[in-house]
Ligand binder design. Structure first.
Ligand code: SF4
Length: 369
């Protein structure tokens, strides 16, 4: 689909119902009536970040109230509790380049780590060893050396592309003070993950001041990366949500119709080959319509931890997800943090490969039992 055709689906030239039905047909064609989720816990390993995106309430600087790095014992304690609750995924998420700050480097050196990414690699390997759960790391842009080290200890990795708009890094825009949000750097990082065949989750962020054309360009970039490397397993269409008392600069919430149109366009552009997900905790009142717009996944849902990026928006219970999905004539199914489509070939390496196989067998036994 070319840019002009894609734009028609966002600018109102095509009726919303037609845009949604087209996407729903692609979804039915590739994943039938199945809608998946991953049972996870969220470990915000550090909220210290060198960037300042205007819409972010997660980010802290050393010395700020609530700034912290989570120590190993606390991560493993949470992971053990998650394993007992039947979780399979540990989402390890952290701010960008926290170790540019001397306080962070001191904390790491006191524990024998040269930098933050050495700590992340260590934590992921300990999670697998201790609990058999599967790390999924989102550490922002990291170097290729650490990407190579993280692959064997991650079932999949992620980073939102968010946008391809360099304009949004300009004066007065949301990414003016966020060097790690330069779109070409993010694109190249996702490309490096592709060259290494790392199963990857990415997505777009709506409502940060982007135009319709820029939304199309971001989805085109993701499609092109997947066409080249085949490593994109899911695309998140995330709507920015304003938080109380927030100075969010040029950001502003998108309407429900805009969210539905962009979600449906993502499904259609990716022809159902990549799962499309919209966070249900940010859209609890729209879940029925999102299913009709072709989504095939509800993302990570945790019985133990909150969404630390959007702590004011609790995840719906699994009973609610199952009910809404069933009302749309579909079936809710649990998945691992790596989709079945991305477990073969060169996608997984030891030790995470064996951990994935063990959890697959366990889930099969539970289904039979
Ligand atoms: S890079 Fe991520 S954590 Fe850092 S300020 Fe931006 S959104 Fe927040």
């Amino acid at each position: 689909m070319n840019k002009q055709e894609a734009t028609k689906r966002l600018d109102g030239t095509m009726a919303l119902e037609d845009v949604m039905e087209e996407a729903a047909a692609w979804k039915r064609h590739t994943s039938g009536n199945k809608v998946t989720f991953s049972r996870n816990i969220f470990i915000p390993l550090t909220n210290i970040c060198r960037d300042r995106c205007t819409y972010c309430t997660f980010q802290r600087r050393p010395g700020d109230a609530g700034a912290r790095i989570i120590p190993e014992e606390e991560v493993l304690d949470k992971a053990r509790r998650a394993a007992a609750l039947g979780c399979t995924e540990v989402l390890v998420s952290l701010g960008d380049k926290a170790d540019v700050f001397p306080e962070v480097r001191t904390w790491l050196q006191e524990r024998g780590f040269r930098n933050m990414m050495d700590y992340v690699v260590y934590i992921c390997s300990r999670i697998i060893e201790e609990t058999g759960l599967l790390p999924h790391t989102n550490a922002g842009i990291i170097g290729t050396f650490h990407l190579d080290q993280l692959k064997p200890v991650n079932a999949s990795m992620g980073m939102m592309l968010e946008t391809m708009s360099r304009r949004l890094c300009g004066p007065g825009q949301v990414h003016e003070h966020a060097p790690d949000k330069l779109p070409h750097r993010r694109y190249r990082y996702i490309e490096e993950a592709g060259k290494r065949q790392i199963p990857f989750t990415t997505g777009v962020l709506l409502g940060i001041g982007e135009t319709i054309e820029e939304r199309v360009e971001a989805l085109e970039a993701i499609r092109d990366l997947h066409d080249t490397y085949g490593h994109i397993q899911e695309v998140i269409v995330q709507n920015y949500q304003r938080k109380p008392g927030m100075e969010d600069g040029a950001a502003g919430e998108v309407s429900e119709d805009e969210l539905l149109r962009t979600t449906a366009l993502a499904v259609t552009m990716l022809q159902g080959n990549v799962h499309v997900q919209v966070p249900p905790n940010l859209n609890e009142k729209r879940m029925h319509r999102l299913l009709r717009a072709g989504i095939s996944d509800w993302g990570g849902v945790s019985p133990l931890t909150v969404d630390y990026i959007n702590p004011e928006s609790p995840w719906p219970g699994l009973d609610t997800l199952a009910k809404v999905t069933a009302e749309a004539g579909m079936v809710l199914e649990e998945r691992l943090p790596v989709y079945d489509s991305h477990t073969g070939g060169a996608f997984l390496e030891e030790p995470v490969k064996s951990a994935v196989e063990q959890l697959q067998q366990k889930k099969k036994r539970e289904l039979i039992g």
